[in-house]
Write a protein that binds this ligand. Sequence first.
Ligand SMILES: Nc1ncnc2c1ncn2[C@@H]1O[C@H](COP(=O)(O)OP(=O)(O)OP(=O)(O)O)[C@@H](O)[C@H]1O
Ligand SMILES: [Mg+2]
Length: 308
Amino acid sequence: MSALIKVTNLSKTYEGGFTALKDINLEIMDGEILALLGPNGAGKTTLISIICGIVNPGEGSITVDGKNIIKDYRDTRRLIGLVPQELTTDAFETVWNTVSFTRGLFGKAPKPAHIEKVLKDLSLWDKKDNRIMQLSGGMKRRVMIAKALSHEPRILFLDEPTAGVDVSLRKDMWQVVHRLRESGVTIILTTHYIEEAEEIADRVGVINKGQIVVVEQKKELMRKMGTKKMFLDLHQALESVPQGLSSYDLELVEEGRQLVYTYDTRKERTGITSLLGELNRAGIKFKDLQTEQSSLEDIFVNLVKEQT
Ligand SMILES: Nc1ncnc2c1ncn2[C@@H]1O[C@H](COP(=O)(O)OP(=O)(O)OP(=O)(O)O)[C@@H](O)[C@H]1O
Ligand SMILES: [Mg+2]
């Protein structure tokens, strides 16, 4: 995969002096789904807005498909569809007209067959003659996506596509995203729902206070940064963790009936073998054992915490 978008040494200070982005370097690959995670105010919307040409970049440069977003603005913008964080649609227009009109704004000739496909893909076909104000919130959000896809972009930015959307619609949205990717669209989305990133992203980028803390293949991130926990269900409850085991990261829970051992999967030795040996020597018997990998959520919380 090659880089479709290249962000190089990008910094942004808003009028008034607030620095929202600090020296961002990021490559977005052709055909991938990249999720950007970060707390409120981290700079996600700023970054997206700059790439889409809505906010002026400060220092640094950005290319889309090899072209500079400022010098070749029209060419790069045409490749991009954007679903902004704030919903903005004309309440009195019909779904069909709104979406068709947006295509025209990009200087593309009408193509009703494409508009029809987009509306069908987003389950909006039976609403095509409804006015926007007659739709539910989730349907309005889908209209925003339809607008962003009206001009057949190669890249789709979704700024919190599922904020305030119910669970079943969120899952629909994930399917839409997957289908789009299968059709070759590169997708960048921001989200606060970490399980969303876990579910649909190929790569995950974490932004905090205007800086990219990490960008990594999702699986690799979970493997590299994750800790694991091993749960040992004991035959007999213990009053405290035995002295001889104090060098292990152990916690006694469930009224002394379960020992929890936390270990780092990055280390060459996890300590499991020796711990089990020590337990055996101490005469502590267990009935069952499970392990659990930490979630993207744990990793995210740790990364953002470490930085503050
Ligand atoms: N037009 C502006 N003028 C001045 N400061 C701004 C402007 N837009 C955003 N900011 C500031 O820049 C920082 C980053 O904002 P941004 O909207 O990019 O965050 P975000 O990561 O998208 O947050 P959220 O998750 O809440 O959407 C915030 O501190 C915000 O107050
Ligand atoms: Mg935002």
